[in-house]
Design a protein around this ligand. Structure first.
Ligand code: HEM
Length: 414
């Protein structure tokens, strides 16, 4: 049986339907060794949640890869740029970075962004309607989070487009370009990322001299509050800016696009959400659970341990399959249906434990406003055609979202 399990997460069937593949694994071998990935695939909710708190599983997963390759290779130099990001560190380094960056994510400050995010969504929808746009990824879901992050970091509006380019370079590096294209694409990405680092370094210098109400100024000041003189260095601030762009752009794009596909598939549900905006919040939570942007989180094993009778050994890798956990029938009754009355926020789309997404509140606000506005302003919204997903292990990313609607003439903003 084990031989027949869908444990190649890059196989076309697993890319087209990661939930079905995860369900088979969860049912037949919930802690499964995949020879293809040379990793354990963990699919049950309880096991995934426990893994987030298991000190035998490390997030320090870039450094071990770096140590293997020649240091002058472009891909190694790129790994050098990202190896200090807090998402790939363990305590105590992680504890320090998280504390010092927390100042930028105070709940009240993020909540105060709502009005601005609504205005940005309205601008994008205005342009989409004016241009008679058909692809909601290109028109709304892709640009919105890049603009939000650029603004939150206090970058001038004229620089917005550069944020999008850098975000693409980062995604290319993280999710890979296969085969012969690889060395060339990595070299190009490296040039882009070095330009990005220089840009952020300049921005950090400007904000040190002239602080504002933005996140970067908050992170700079974060060091002075109760941190006994400890503060983020310029290098760390540059790394933090890049991490926020990387962690907050593509994920939120995919959250919006995946939610729209899911929630418009049933016209009855779509119209209920349009008529009762209070339902958009639970609907977005269900979309994060059912079609969340992240499919796999990777951990390195730093101590031998047992899980469901398997011995997980130091030096191996564990893949936490979020689609497995988020549709586990033992945790979520009738797991494959959208249930607007479901107990909220128990899904693991934003992870758990010390690395739980620091931008979850911001991501939720962006997704809710984008989805609510699109349903209201594009009546009869429906997606044309089947999804095409990028062939990556980590992301559930639709390359485009072609839509039709009855609202070409409907421009009303509220
Ligand atoms: C719907 C959109 C998003 C999803 C699904 C998402 C998901 C996640 C997940 C699953 C993790 C945990 C990673 C791990 O355990 O290895 C994470 C961490 C993180 N996220 Fe998000 N994220 C989203 C949006 C954002 C946004 C908008 C930002 C900031 C602008 C952000 C910043 C971060 C950062 C900095 C971390 C690392 C936290 C740490 O290591 O302590 N994310 N995110």
């Amino acid at each position: 049986m084990t031989d027949e399990l869908p444990d190649d997460l890059l196989a076309p069937a697993a890319i087209a339907d990661p939930d079905a593949a995860a369900a088979v694994l969860r049912t037949h071998d919930p802690v499964h060794w995949s020879p293809r990935h040379r990793a354990w695939l963990v699919t049950r909710y309880d096991d995934v949640v426990a893994a987030f708190r298991n000190p035998a599983l490390s997030s320090d997963r870039v450094r071990p890869v770096m140590e293997k390759g020649p240091s002058d290779d472009p891909s190694q130099r790129i790994l050098g740029l990202i190896s200090d990001w807090m998402v790939v560190t363990d305590p105590p380094a992680h504890t320090r970075l998280r504390r010092l960056s927390g100042a930028a994510f105070k709940q009240q400050q993020i909540a105060a962004m709502e009005e601005r995010i609504q205005a940005l969504v309205d601008e994008l929808v205005d342009a989409f309607l004016a241009e008679r746009g058909t692809d909601l990824v290109a028109g709304v879901a892709y640009p919105l989070p890049a603009i939000v992050i650029a603004e939150m970091l206090g970058a001038p509006p004229a620089d917005r487009d550069r944020f999008r380019e850098w975000s693409d370079e980062l995604a290319l590096v993280a999710f890979g370009a296969g085969g012969d294209a690889r060395p060339d694409r990595h070299a190009r990405a490296l040039r882009g990322l070095e330009e990005m680092a220089a840009y952020f370094r300049e921005l950090v210098g400007r904000r040190r001299r002239d602080p504002g109400g933005d996140m970067l100024s908050a992170m700079i000041a974060g060091g002075s509050e109760g941190s006994q003189g400890d503060a983020l260095s310029d290098d760390e601030l540059v790394g933090m800016c890049a991490l926020l762009l990387f962690a907050g752009h593509e994920t939120t794009t995919n959250a919006i696009a995946n939610a729209i596909r899911l929630l418009t598939a049933d016209p009855g549900l779509r119209d209920r959400l349009r008529d009762d905006p209070a339902l958009v919040n639970p609907a977005v939570e269900e979309s994060l659970r059912l079609v969340g942007p992240i499919k796999v989180l990777v951990r390195w094993v730093v101590a031998d341990h047992e899980l469901r009778g398997r011995t997980i050994r130091e030096g191996e890798r564990v893949y936490l399959l979020l689609p497995g956990a988020n549709r586990d029938p033992e945790r979520f009754p009738h797991p494959d249906t959208v249930d607007l009355a479901r107990e909220r926020a128990t899904h693991v789309a934003f992870g758990r434990g010390i690395h739980a997404c620091i931008g979850a509140q911001l991501a939720r606000i962006e997704t809710r406003i984008a989805v609510g506005t699109l349903l209201r302003r594009l009546p009869g919204l429906r997606v044309a055609g089947d999804p095409e997903y990028l062939p990556t292990i980590a992301s559930r990313a639709q390359t485009s979202l072609p839509v039709v609607h009855d609202g070409h003439a409907v421009g009303s903003r509220s």
